[in-house]
Design a protein around this ligand. Structure first.
Ligand SMILES: Nc1ncnc2c1ncn2[C@@H]1O[C@H](COP(=O)(O)OP(=O)(O)OP(=O)(O)O)[C@@H](O)[C@H]1O
Length: 266
């Protein structure tokens, strides 16, 4: 169970626009230590923009973000990089590097000016490669990876930095069933064991329901629902957000809500 009272990341009254187009409106969100939080919502509803606000990359037009109890703007960039990891959609992987070298670049913020990796860095990189199922590809060049392998490498590079908060934008979108389960189980374990706070954006409502403690449903830049999966994944709320009819029942392994699209016969 997630304990209350230990907020890792908090966004309050967040608003943001690109130019004159208002994209995020008055969104509140809190992420506890050890919590796995899912942000869901239709295309263009503002999920990636919200992640950008939460990690301090985008400046809110109103409202603010607190990381571990302090305004995010009061940290230096290196301090933020040390505490908070971000895995964007299509994470950039520099060409010409091997998978292992790429994972090791994730240790940069921990190295404090040290030029070469030490034994601890190498051991952490190996563990991240093992955990993400990438050790067999450790010598492969980044330009020679499949989409799913790139996603797993991006996660390995983020985990090796040992962040306190991890934000991920559609981290399972290119993964097959086994690797979806592997990645979500790994994140779940990091939450439970290391008290990592994880916030991920996903279009896979069932995967999010299966693993996330709470969900935030965003629609047109606003928070439409916020709470445990069974309170958010209801046919009414999903119809409001996505404009489609769905069936919601319980999946048998954890009793979490399961969403099925309802399509009329042709
Ligand atoms: N750099 C930008 N400049 C202008 N408008 C942008 C920019 N990035 C995103 N937008 C617009 O802001 C809105 C929210 O985009 P955002 O990427 O946050 O949505 P999303 O919910 O993550 O979408 P998706 O599910 O399709 O990835 C969209 O209307 C998008 O077109």
């Amino acid at each position: 169970m997630v304990e209350h009272g230990q907020i890792a990341l908090r966004g309050q009254g967040l608003s943001f626009g690109y130019g004159n187009a208002q994209v995020i409106r008055e969104v509140d969100l809190s992420l506890k230590r050890g919590e796995l939080l899912g942000i869901i919502g239709p295309n263009g509803s503002g999920k990636s923009t919200l992640l950008g606000l939460l990690c301090g990359l985008l400046p809110p037009s109103s409202g603010g973000v607190e990381l571990l109890g302090r305004k995010i703007g009061s940290y230096t960039r290196v301090e933020v990089a040390r505490l908070l990891g971000l895995v964007p959609q299509d994470a950039e992987l520099a060409p010409g590097f091997t998978v292992r070298q790429t994972v090791l670049t994730g240790r940069f913020a921990l190295q404090g000016g040290r030029m070469f990796e030490n034994h601890e860095d190498l051991a952490a990189a190996q563990k991240a490669l093992d955990d993400t199922g990438m050790s067999g590809l450790a010598q492969r060049q980044t330009g020679e990876l499949s989409g799913g392998e790139r996603q797993r490498l991006a996660l390995a590079r983020a985990l090796v930095a040992e962040p306190r908060v991890l934000l991920l934008d559609e981290p399972t979108s290119a993964l097959d069933l086994k690797h979806q389960l592997g990645m979500m189980s790994l994140l779940e374990l990091a939450c439970a064991r290391d008290r990592l706070a994880v916030c991920l954006v996903s279009h896979d409502l069932n995967l999010a329901a299966l693993f996330c403690h709470r969900l935030l449903l965003i629609s047109q830049g606003q928070s439409l629902a916020w709470g445990p999966p069974q309170e958010v994944l209801t046919p009414d709320l999903l119809a409001q957000a996505y404009g489609v009819e769905v069936l919601v029942d319980r999946e048998p392994s954890r009793g979490r809500p399961r969403v099925t699209l309802s399509a009329p016969r042709p």
